[in-house]
Design a protein around this ligand. Structure first.
Ligand code: DGL
Length: 271
């Protein structure tokens, strides 16, 4: 048993999409989340910068004595997970790419054309295509970067015509020309526009990973005998810049349990 918190982080609000299944399946676990809203997006930055920012955040979470860390960001998971593990060998660190690949591995049909949409850095890393084909050589993988999605989502520009047009701008020809049947949301921000994508492309099978991430967290905690004792959990959410959208999303995922949610701003001076 281990009552210390689980650390989650992302460049901004995206990693919050990984939280609801964890709250539901592991209700006694304390969570400390860090969203680097002041420096998002990560996906258009260099590998070195992404590693530098995420090292600062893992150090911050380590100072909070977390028992494990979830890099709830595909960009970090695809570019520098090994470096973070080397930096903090004392803390198990899991990413979100492998759980997402696991969903594709289990659900795609033989011969399927699988589309991966993600940030520039994730696409450039080639991590998704490599991992999927390793597990399922019968699938054909196509990837494309959608760099405008994250800034729009961070601004809360989601349910409107600007987002619909942006989705069509990136996906219309990508889906048609490559005959995509399954679409992997390879960025934790994208579940926030999943409904919009599904509305425009109703025949597409959309794959996202939050349920599988929660399973991976549970497995890891069981492996290290790290599950918390039954008790009322407390959750701490930090951001490097608090936006109304961040707060709105937070209250949405708290589902009426607001008194367990505490919000802090941490600019990073003490990283
Ligand atoms: N949500 C992140 C991801 O899963 C990062 C997006 C970004 O900051 O560009 O890739």
């Amino acid at each position: 048993m281990d009552n210390r918190a689980i650390g989650f982080f992302d460049s901004g609000v995206g990693g919050l999409t990984s939280i609801p299944p964890v709250l539901k399946n592991l209700p006694y676990e304390n969570i400390i989340y860090y969203g680097d809203t002041a420096r998002a997006p990560y996906g258009s930055k260099s590998k070195e910068t992404i590693e530098y920012f995420s090292s600062e955040i893992t150090d911050f979470l380590a100072k909070h004595d977390v028992k494990m860390i979830v890099a709830a960001c595909n960009t970090v998971s695809a570019t520098c997970l090994d470096q973070l593990r080397t930096r903090h060998p004392e803390i198990p660190i899991i990413g979100v790419v492998s759980p997402t690949v696991k969903v594709a591995e289990k659900t795609c049909l033989s011969g399927d054309h699988v589309g991966v949409i993600a940030t520039r850095a994730t696409v450039k890393s080639g991590t998704y295509a490599k991992k999927i084909v390793e597990k399922r050589p019968d699938l054909k993988v196509f990837s494309t970067a959608c760099p405008a999605f994250v800034p729009l989502i961070e601004e809360g520009i989601v349910k409107n015509r600007i987002m619909d047009l942006t989705i069509q701008y990136y996906l219309d020809s990508f889906i048609k020309e490559n005959k995509i049947r399954d679409l992997i949301l390879g960025c934790t921000h994208y579940p926030l526009i999943e409904e919009e994508i599904a509305k425009i492309y109703p025949d597409l099978r959309i794959i996202s990973s939050s349920a599988e991430v929660s399973r991976a967290v549970e497995l890891e905690l069981k492996k290290i005998d790290g599950l918390a004792e039954p008790r009322k959990a407390e959750h701490l959410f930090f951001a490097s810049d608090i936006s109304n959208h961040f707060i709105d999303l937070l209250w949405r995922i708290s589902e009426g349990n607001r008194d367990a949610f505490h919000v802090g701003i941490f600019h990073g001076q003490e990283f």
